[in-house]
Design a protein around this ligand. Structure first.
Ligand code: ADP
Ligand code: ADP
Length: 230
C-alpha cells in the first residue's frame, strides 16, 4: 500500500528533513512512526498525502507512483487517504453529523447515501447517539473519535494519523488505538505518528523510527530486535 524507495526531502532554504528513507507497508498493516521532534515524521506523512513532493527517490501509494502525478490528480489520491490530526480540526458551528459528512459532501455523494455512511462511521466509533450534538459538548476523547469517523467515512484504504492521542489521557489513548486496530483488521492500512512510547510498546506493533531524517528501525519493536533474524 505504501512504498518509499530511497526518499529524500530537502526544503527550500536547504534543510534536509528526510534522507534516503526506504520502507514498505502492506494492506491491512498497522505501524507506528516515531522519532524526536523535527525527525521528519510530518514530512513523511505529507509526502504520502502529496502535500509535499520528494527531492529524490520514489513514493508509491496504492500502486501509484506519486512523483509523476499531475497536480490535477492530487484530489483523487487524497480521497483514498483518511487523515486524523491531534487537534482533530472539527468545526464547532455545526453538528457531529455534519462534521462527519463533510468529506462526502465535497465529493457529491447523494443525500440518502450520506446519511447511511455517516451513521455507519459514527457507529464504528461508538458515537451514533451523539450525531445531533455540537462537538463542543463532547469530551476530548469523543471529539477525537468524531475526527476518526470523519477520516473513515469515505472508507479509505489508507488511514494516516499525526499524534492522534496527543491531548488524551492513557486510558482514552488506548481506546483510540484500539479503534485503529479494528480498522486495520478490516484491511485498512494504518500509519500512526506518535511520541507515546509507553503506549506503542504496549501494543507490540511494527515501529518505524526516524532520527534526523533517517529511518533507523523499520522492522522490530524497540528492544525486541532479537525476535528477528531467526
Ligand atoms: P517532525 O514531524 O518529526 O517533528 P518535521 O517533518 O515537521 O518533523 O520536520 C523535519 C525537519 O524539517 C525539521 O527540522 C523542520 O524544521 C523542517 N521543516 C519542516 N517543514 C518545513 C518547511 N516547510 N520548510 C523548511 N523546513 C521545514
Ligand atoms: P457498506 O459496505 O454497505 O457501505 P459499511 O459502511 O458498514 O457498509 O462498511 C462495511 C464494512 O467495510 C465494515 O465492516 C467496515 O468496517 C469495512 N471497512 C472497509 N474499509 C473501511 C474503512 N476505510 N473505514 C471503515 N470501515 C471500512
Amino acid at each position: 500500500m505504501i512504498e518509499f524507495e530511497k526518499v529524500s526531502k530537502r526544503y527550500e532554504g536547504g534543510h534536509t528533513a528526510l534522507q534516503g528513507v526506504s520502507f514498505e507497508m502492506s494492506r491491512g498493516e498497522l505501524a507506528f512512526l516515531t522519532g524526536h521532534s523535527g525527525a521528519g515524521k510530518s514530512t513523511l506523512l505529507k509526502l504520502i498525502m502529496v502535500m509535499e513532493r520528494p527531492s529524490a527517490g520514489n513514493v508509491i501509494v496504492g500502486g501509484q507512483q506519486l512523483n509523476a502525478l499531475p497536480r490535477r490528480q492530487i484530489p483523487f489520491i487524497r480521497r483514498h487517504i483518511g487523515v486524523v490530526f491531534q487537534n482533530h480540526q472539527l468545526l464547532f458551528d455545526r453538528t457531529v453529523f455534519d462534521n462527519v459528512a463533510m468529506p462526502l459532501e465535497v465529493t457529491g455523494v447523494p443525500h440518502r447515501e450520506i446519511g447511511r455512511r455517516v451513521r455507519a462511521a459514527l457507529d464504528k466509533v461508538g458515537l451514533l447517539s451523539k450525531e445531533k450534538m455540537n462537538p463542543i459538548q463532547l469530551s476530548g476523547g469523543e471529539q477525537q473519535r468524531v475526527g476518526i469517523a470523519r477520516a473513515v467515512v469515505n472508507k479509505p484504504p489508507l488511514l494516516l494519523a499525526d499524534e492522534p492521542t496527543g491531548n488524551l489521557d492513557p486510558a482514552l489513548s488506548a481506546d483510540i488505538m484500539h479503534l485503529f486496530e479494528q480498522f486495520s483488521q478490516v484491511g485498512v492500512t494504518v500509519l500512526i505518528a506518535s511520541h507515546d512510547i509507553a503506549l506503542i510498546r504496549h501494543l507490540r506493533r511494527r515501529v518505524l523510527t526516524l532520527s534526523n531524517g533517517q529511518m533507523t528501525t523499520g522492522d522490530a519493536m524497540p528492544g525486541e530486535e532479537v525476535l528477528y533474524g531467526h
